[in-house]
Design a protein around this ligand. Structure first.
Ligand code: HPA
Length: 248
């Protein structure tokens, strides 16, 4: 089944016909909320709001392990994460949708692995390509069918938050090769890999990163929702097509 993790601006899916909600407990604690089960265009999906349904959980306090575990245990095979980001690369202006192909992890202090040696043997996973190639392609194809422009590829820098970055930090991220910056991309992606789930992200650029474009002097948080709302409607339309693609 396809699972969707919604981020800021997407704590529900308008095109989801809800059949039931289920509270899941995991060996890693509680997920961000009950899993929502339903159908989009007659295809079964499950949905989880990463920050909780009332958007109460900040990025560094999200229980990523419980979230991914709950989806895995309920039979998810593919996970599409929706995440809002700040644009660093000059073409990634607010309103742009991107399917990143790489990630750099700057987070710290978050429980980040299932292989902590207690319940499972220490195992190393390959993470050369952090996002599943086939799932990325399915999203890009779906975007084409939905007539929604979606940038193919880019490096996602995952920062700790909850504060935004300084302009100097954004300059450093750019020197490192990052194209966009968000706070939730890791350890979500690597936990999905540890569970052998297909995983890809639709990143929604909701602001210029600090020191860039109209965020030269400050990031205007007030405008983020006016950018995010229409962009999330486009994401929903892409997801409506993804569910029709192969995979379970
Ligand atoms: N920085 C980090 N995370 C973000 C941003 C940003 O500028 N915008 C949305 N999420």
């Amino acid at each position: 089944m396809l699972a969707i993790i919604g981020g800021t601006g997407l704590d529900q899916l308008g095109n989801l016909k809800i059949t039931h909600r289920q509270v899941i407990r995991t060996p890693y604690g509680e997920p961000s909320g009950a899993l929502t089960f339903g159908t989009i265009n007659q295809h079964e999906v499950m949905f989880l709001a990463r920050h909780g349904y009332g958007h109460t959980i900040p990025p560094h306090e999200v229980n990523y392990r419980a979230n991914l575990w709950a989806l895995y245990e309920q039979g998810a095979k593919r996970v599409i994460a929706v995440a809002s980001v700040g644009g660093i690369r000059s073409d990634l202006v607010p309103g742009t949708l991107v399917v990143p192909d790489q990630v750099i992890d700057y987070t710290h202090g978050r429980p980040f692995t299932y292989f902590d040696g207690r319940e499972r043997l220490v195992t190393h996973v390959d993470f050369t390509e952090p996002y599943t190639r086939e799932l990325r392609q399915q999203i890009l194809t779906a975007a084409g069918l939905a007539n929604e422009k979606c940038v193919d590829g880019g490096v996602y820098a995952a920062t700790q938050g909850p504060r935004l970055e300084t302009a100097a930090e954004i300059n450093r991220l750019e020197r490192d090769g990052a194209d966009m910056v968000g706070m939730t991309g890791m350890p979500e992606a690597s936990l999905a890999r540890e569970l052998s789930l297909s995983y890809a992200t639709i990143a929604v650029v909701v602001n210029h990163a600090a020191g860039r474009g109209n965020s030269r002097n400050r990031v205007d948080l007030g405008t983020i929702s006016t950018i995010a709302e229409p962009a999330m409607a486009r994401v929903r339309s892409i997801l409506g097509r993804v569910v029709e693609s192969d995979g379970n």
